[in-house]
Design a protein around this ligand. Structure first.
Ligand code: KG4
Ligand code: ZN
Length: 336
């Protein structure tokens, strides 16, 4: 059978990325141009700067992805692109580029939900993984616990009521002076700290056992810092990072294990930027081993934003018959 080659484009936030994916599971190239250095100056992503940088980089990133894969635009079967959720100006750059290539080369256009992309990152390195499975999605903008019923088909069991897990990491990082991007810096510093040094609240919600809330732990960290400053006490930042991280990771793991038990799921996956967190990966591995569940997680490079995951999701949408027209628009708050 002829191979299906998809060029995928991702520009929803601060990474300009392109990838060529063969038959949905083989990554022929994965090029990511990160804008982190640029946004670090401002302590977070500046949407206008992100859009401009995407425009500057996108053609070069696509050329590199095609070259690395050893293919030309004439070899492609479809163009996949993230059309939401994300920053509207940033998304528009990728969507306009994808439409232009698809139109010029008379190729099908497949719009992809960014979060469906994150979940699909799990298929890259796990050829045996197929739906149904339970997936914890933890990124900068989302925290969802879902059953992946089929490719691109989700039943949402729980979600965050306030901050996303990644957002909590970023805010705590800023409060202890680690700067942007916060998650990886908290992860690194926490390795030197004692996770049991400070007890932070765990954000349990009585009415829906699968929902999350991280604003309480974030406020508790800020109060802890303020109190210490008022008393003139030195803060052990490594202990604080480790203790905060533990309270978040414990809740993520507990809710996931509860859902697995209640819904009789024995295949558990994690996805999104926070899925690259060392403590979360270790805690999930242990929890799944203890219960005899199979645990899947993408390599860290496929957890944070990339176009390979968009190419994988685009492939499964493509074979289902999903096609978008030239009126495809960026949808900043696209629902799962
Ligand atoms: O999935 P992602 O790259 O972008 C979104 O779709 O949001 O996730 C980015 C988020 C940021 O909040 C970042 O701080 C967090 O993921 N993150 C981490 C780690 N690496 C990235 N959080 C904790 N530990 C990490 N190692
Ligand atoms: Zn993302």
């Amino acid at each position: 059978m002829k191979d299906t080659l998809i060029l995928a484009i991702e520009s929803s936030c601060d990474e300009t990325a392109a990838s060529v994916v063969k038959n949905g599971r083989t990554i022929l190239s994965n090029v990511i141009s990160s804008q982190i250095a640029l946004h670090t100056l401002y302590g977070g992503v500046v949407p206008e700067i992100a859009s401009r940088k995407h425009i500057e980089k996108i053609n070069q990133v696509i050329k590199e992805a095609l070259k690395e894969a050893g293919v030309t635009l004439d070899d492609l079967d479809a163009i996949g692109v993230t059309y939401g959720p994300g920053l509207v100006g940033a998304l528009l750059v990728g969507v306009a580029e994808a439409k232009a290539i698809a139109y010029a080369k008379k190729l099908p256009l497949v719009g992809v939900h960014h979060i469906e992309g994150h979940v699909s990152a799990n298929y890259i390195e796990h050829p045996d993984l197929e739906p149904p499975f339970l997936c914890l999605i933890v990124s900068g903008g989302h925290t969802h616990l879902v059953i992946v019923k089929d490719y691109g088909e989700f039943e949402i069991l729980g979600r965050t009521r306030d901050d996303a897990a990644g957002e909590a990491f970023d805010k705590v990082a800023r409060a202890i002076g680690l700067g942007y991007p916060g998650g990886p810096k908290v992860d690194k510093l926490a390795r030197e700290g004692n996770p049991d040094a400070i007890v932070f609240p765990k954000g349990k919600l009585g009415d829906c056992p699968y929902d999350f809330s991280f604003s309480g732990v974030k406020s508790a960290v800020l109060n802890y810092i303020n109190n210490a400053q008022m008393k003139g006490e030195e803060i052990n930042r490594a202990d604080l990072a480790a203790s905060f991280q533990k309270s978040v990771v414990d809740v993520l793991v507990e809710h996931t294990m509860l859902a697995a038990k209640d819904y009789h799921m024995d295949k558990i996956a994690i996805a999104g930027g926070v899925a690259s967190n060392g403590a979360l990966r270790e805690a999930m591995t242990r929890a799944c081993e203890k219960r005899g569940y199979k645990f899947y997680r993408p390599s860290p490079i496929f957890c944070t934003d990339n176009a390979a995951m968009i190419g994988v999701a685009a492939y499964y949408e493509y074979i289902k018959g999903t096609r978008h027209g030239w009126d495809l628009n960026a949808v900043p708050n696209l629902k799962l």
